[in-house]
Design a protein around this ligand. Structure first.
Ligand code: IDP
Ligand code: MG
Length: 149
């Protein structure tokens, strides 16, 4: 099964959106494989966003991500990476479709509530930055026989 890394950013945690966001992924049928609330150290923020290091918004992005605890999760399921990307919506919440998380809960590109890996390669990389293998749970869920063909 595919795995993806999803993080509720500090604005989402502060606004009490963790439960709503987790509920959406659970209702979709994805399986929670790991979760923790954590204030990220700078090294992991730099690793996470290394493709954006030279961008003008990077210092503001890093300060935002370290402004409070993030809720880090790992979700498993068929096509999980692409499914979750479509559920979070476009990077700029003003352009994110209604019904998506950013479309429903955010207004500003600099405060867009949630991160999710954009490819299976990024998912593997980001998982490795934030979770030790012992922090991920490998288990069967009772709805699997009715969720999948
Ligand atoms: P993504 O989160 O949808 O994958 P990326 O382009 O990878 O979007 O950007 C990573 C994060 O950097 C965004 O989610 C957002 O928090 C921040 N970001 C991207 N572009 C801007 C910008 O123009 N201004 C402020 N923050 C930005
Ligand atoms: Mg990205």
């Amino acid at each position: 099964m595919d795995r993806t890394f999803v993080m509720v950013k500090p604005d989402g945690v502060q606004r009490g959106l963790v439960g709503e966001i987790v509920s959406r992924f659970e209702a979709k049928g994805l399986k929670l494989a790991g979760a923790k609330l954590e204030l990220l150290p700078e090294e992991r923020v730099v690793e996470q966003y290394r493709e954006h290091l030279q961008k003008p918004f990077f210092p503001g992005l890093a300060a935002y991500i370290m402004s409070g605890p993030c809720f880090l999760t790992v979700w498993e399921g068929k096509g999980a990476v692409a499914v979750v990307r479509s559920m979070i919506g476009a990077t700029n919440p003003a352009e994110a479709a209604p019904g998506s998380i950013r479309g429903d809960f955010a207004l500003d590109i600099g405060r867009n509530v949630i991160h999710a890996s954009d490819s299976p390669e990024s998912a593997a990389r980001e998982l490795g930055i934030h979770f030790a293998s012992g922090e991920l749970a490998d288990y069967s869920k009772i709805d699997e026989p009715v969720l999948y063909e």
